[in-house]
Design a protein around this ligand. Structure first.
Ligand code: IPE
Ligand code: IPE
Ligand code: MG
Length: 255
């Protein structure tokens, strides 16, 4: 683990960080506590991560909080997570608003209770004009859903005569995808040791640097995030070009 002074090494910070916050259940099980205890502890790491991003001037943070597949968990765990989301929305939104954080929920929100949906919409409306940090929270989100949803919205625009089917290309389709208009995701972090994407941002991760760490989500703090950012700084991003081209300074990023 890095000492706090390691932060001085971070020269090229990512603009957009995406995190799969995994390992809450195992963190609790190791302590012989219910899995829901791990989810509650995970909120502390979430707060530390938001503070870290504000301090580092990171523009956007996208957090995987609940996947479209997580409904398959035992009813009791899903219920506990929903209660946690409700409480967190009540407790944290005002403070985040005070820090200039804009909150966006991405995913199919229609599956949540009307109460939860109303609070999510309220949080988004309240913080819409904030610019210090854009925090996207992915709930009932799946990368495949995101792409299919964009395709459906594009088809509807064709049916209304607003666009030609032949004009649909990568740039145009991206308009209807989650995170459209935001800086490209440049660093993906998955905690908890699993080496998979689990249907997170399939399209948006095309050229992100992937960092997988064993640390369980509730144990994540600024030092762990510093290590990830330092790892990002060490990567050479080539976007299809050769290393010599990148070194010569002609490297061009892609969104
Ligand atoms: C991630 O932690 C949080 C959610 C998926 C909601 P897990 O609950 O998946 O924790 P592990 O992977 O079982 O330890
Ligand atoms: C991914 O974690 C989803 C979230 C962190 C919200 P999972 O724990 O659900 O992923 P799998 O099931 O191990 O692939
Ligand atoms: Mg997990």
């Amino acid at each position: 683990m890095s000492s706090p002074s390691a932060s001085a090494d971070i020269v090229r910070a990512p603009q957009h960080l995406a995190i799969v916050m995994d390992g809450n259940g195992r963190w609790a099980e190791r302590r012989h506590r219910p899995r829901s205890f791990g989810h509650r502890e995970g909120q502390k790491a979430l707060r530390a991560t938001l503070e870290y991003c504000l301090r580092r001037g990171i523009k956007a943070l996208t957090l995987f909080a609940f996947s479209s597949e997580n409904w398959r968990r035992p009813e009791e765990e899903v219920g506990a997570l929903m209660q946690l989301f409700l409480k967190a929305l009540d407790r944290e939104v005002d403070e985040l608003h005070g820090h200039g954080v804009r909150i966006e929920f991405i995913g199919d929100l229609s599956a949540f209770s009307p109460e939860l949906q109303a609070r999510m919409h309220k949080a988004m409306e309240k913080t819409r004009a904030n610019t210090a940090l854009l925090a996207n929270v992915a709930v009932n989100y799946g990368g495949r859903w995101d792409i299919a949803n964009a395709a459906r919205l594009a088809a509807e625009a064709v049916a209304r005569g607003e666009i030609e089917a032949a004009s649909i290309n990568e740039n145009l389709l991206a308009r209807w995808l989650a995170l459209s208009g935001q800086p490209p995701v440049d660093l993906f972090i998955r905690t908890g040791g699993e080496l998979r994407i689990s249907n997170f941002l399939l399209w948006q991760l095309a050229y992100a640097e992937l960092v997988f760490i064993d640390t369980l989500w509730p144990d994540v703090d600024a030092a762990v995030l510093d290590d990830c950012l330092n790892e990002f700084t060490r990567r050479e991003r080539r976007f299809g070009q050769t290393s010599a081209q990148v070194v010569a300074g002609s490297g061009q990023g892609v969104a």
